[in-house]
Write a protein that binds this ligand. Sequence first.
Ligand code: URA
Length: 248
Amino acid sequence: MQKNNKTIVNDIKTVLEFYQALGFERLPINIGRKNRGAKVQKFTASERKDSSTYKLPRYQTSEQKKAALKELREEIGDCQRCKLSKGRTNIVFGEGSEDAEIMFIGEGPGKEEDIQGRPFVGDAGQLLTKLIEKMGFKRNNVYIGNIVKCRPPFNRDPEEDEINACIVFIKKQIEIISPKVIISLGRVSAQTLIGSKIPISKLRGRFYEYCNIPLMPTFHPAYLLRNPKDKWLVWEDAQKVLEKLKKI
Ligand code: URA
């Protein structure tokens, strides 16, 4: 049976109200090919204002990407842009391949990461490394970063002002690396990149888009250390990512 225009408009309205009720500020779905992507909040001048018109390859070669990452690290310098700088030992910039197909994004360094200046090197990091290897990659084939680059005291969640001060840098890293898929680890990373307040348990397991890049939210490895029974869910999410990679 063919739907008339009024019914179609009502159906669209119902769907929009549903997403609004869930707390989405923007639609987490594809609308045609030209206007893809849930836009993220707070773009700066250097970032994509409109994901539909943004032309990706600004950094075409590995050398260009390497140089851009180095320049970004220099721009961060001995950062004092937020209060996390007071308690940190090292800035944890991120590490991995500038040509990574997958970028893993956590929330912020923990104790061990703060000491070593490297992301995900503590217990949660070991679990992440296992996941990366189980997916068929080596740790240095992917790129690993965080929403904030300095350790929040007592491993608390980063606060909004801290995220706002730092977010531009991980966004720039995403832009430089331009991975095929992003895996966000945990609530803070997913909610920040998607621009939603929905709990991670509801966000995980399906793709969103960050500036035309498919983004799969999943549980944080630290959560899995406390809830090992949920590891299979993360493995399920990882398999969806592997399937997606075959199609890109
Ligand atoms: N947890 C994170 O979110 N990031 C790290 O780098 C380490 C632990």
